[in-house]
Write a protein that binds this ligand. Structure first.
Ligand code: PLP
Length: 401
């Protein structure tokens, strides 16, 4: 009998488990809209040309494979903070940002969660309802208490702004408010610039700490600056801010696990202390981060020709998703005779669309139509082609009614 008899089978991951189920299906019309990864119109994974170029240059340079410092590659940490906060902004010049390279967005969030657990005992993190499924896992595993603030309004398939503000106001003073910097996952619904200002007002009044998860900078709108506007507005108010970054989507570096955690502090001294503690947290967890993705990012951002090429490719990816969004909306509107208003599809941004389908309807999508998606009704438009929009519209309309 095994010493591990007491270990029961874990349930499949609600997001990554969808891909496993998809693989097992042999139907020719099957469609994987579960995981948030960019695909071409031919529904193939995509390696950015600019990444291929950077890879080639790195190979030619033949750099060594020695350990990085605990905080990661210095050249990467410098450019990643500049990309997020704006290279010419005072916060950068004043050296008020503690930046540590992390294992992509997830690992960076996990470092921040550990920092909160260690230095703010009992403080709560408020997360949106709904949110990316892994947020709850991350805070649970770090031992950080969390609760939810209202975000999605099923009646309008839009933002429950009043509920959101009321819940942030009602949270204990000094809570951490987790915000999606752009392209909210899973809803695709972002606050307007005016609403962001009000959110910042309330957070400031209550002495909360804004904690941004920004996994789609440049990938949502096609513009790195536009997608960072929310974060920059908070920083411009002089607020202290936490921000976790990921290069999975905007550079297609999913498996390289490259991202960063940034803590904006009110003084360079505080930033230096925070950074030293982030390193202390990282050391026993994974010692130091991988080098390859960090070199790719640092080389692309640090070279104006490659940087421009990246921006062009990002616009192309964001543009393809927007085209698919329009085609899906057109297909739904023309095929559905029930008079349902599908305009929410157009209002959402980023790679996801929140369809409003309930669990039973999602089951119908998968069982009858072979469309794989998460059970919260989210579909990844990045996994959809123009050619498949009509088929998907048929599936959605059938499942709704
Ligand atoms: N945060 C959000 C909201 C996401 O959607 C994702 C990816 O799907 C991540 C973080 C982190 O992804 P990764 O760990 O691959 O950077």
């Amino acid at each position: 009998v095994s010493r591990f008899e007491g270990i029961t089978m874990a349930p499949p991951d609600p997001i990554l488990g969808v891909s496993e189920a998809f693989k097992a299906d042999n139907h020719e019309l099957k469609l994987n809209l579960g995981v948030g990864a960019y695909r071409t119109e031919e529904l193939q994974p995509y390696v950015l040309n600019v990444v291929k170029k950077a890879d080639k240059l790195l190979l030619e340079k033949g750099e060594n494979r020695e350990y990085l410092p605990i905080e990661g590659l210095a050249a990467f940490n410098k450019v990643t903070a500049q990309l997020l906060f704006g290279a010419d902004k005072p916060v950068i010049k004043q050296q008020r940002v503690a930046t540590v390279q992390g294992l992509s967005g997830t690992g960076s969030l996990r470092l921040a969660a550990a920092l909160i657990e260690r230095y703010f005992p009992g403080a709560k993190v408020l997360i949106s309802s709904p949110t990316w499924g892994n947020h709850k896992n991350i805070f649970n595993d770090a031992g950080v208490p969390w609760s939810e603030y209202r975000y999605y309004d099923p009646k309008t398939v839009g933002l429950d702004f009043e509920g959101m503000i009321a819940d942030i106001k009602a949270a204990p003073e000094g809570s951490f408010i987790l915000l999606h910097g752009c392209a909210h996952n899973p809803t695709g619904i972002d606050p307007t610039p005016e609403q962001w200002e009000i959110i910042a007002d309330v957070i400031q009044e209550k002495n909360h700490v804004p904690f941004f998860d920004i996994a789609y900078q440049g990938f949502a709108s096609g513009s790195l600056d536009a997608d960072a506007a929310s974060v920059r507005m908070f920083v411009a108010r002089g607020m202290e801010v936490i921000a976790a970054q990921s290069y999975s989507k905007n550079l297609g570096l999913y498996a390289e696990r490259i991202g960063a955690i940034n803590v904006v502090c009110s003084s360079p001294e505080a930033a230096a202390r925070v950074k030293s503690q982030l390193k202390r947290i990282a050391r026993p967890m994974y010692s130091n981060p991988p080098v390859h993705g960090a070199r790719i990012v640092a080389n692309i951002v640090g070279d104006s020709a490659l940087f421009n090429e990246w921006n062009t490719e990002m616009e192309m990816m964001a543009g393809r998703i927007k085209n698919v969004r329009h085609k899906l909306f057109d297909s739904l509107s023309s095929k559905d005779k029930s008079g349902k208003d599908w305009s929410f599809v157009l209002k959402q941004i980023g790679m996801f669309s929140f369809t409003g389908l309930n669990k039973a309807q999602c089951d119908n999508m998968t069982n009858k139509w072979h469309v794989y998606m998460t059970k919260d009704g989210r579909i990844s438009l990045a996994g959809l082609s123009l050619a498949k929009c009509e088929y998907l519209a048929d599936a959605i309309i059938d499942s709704y009614h």
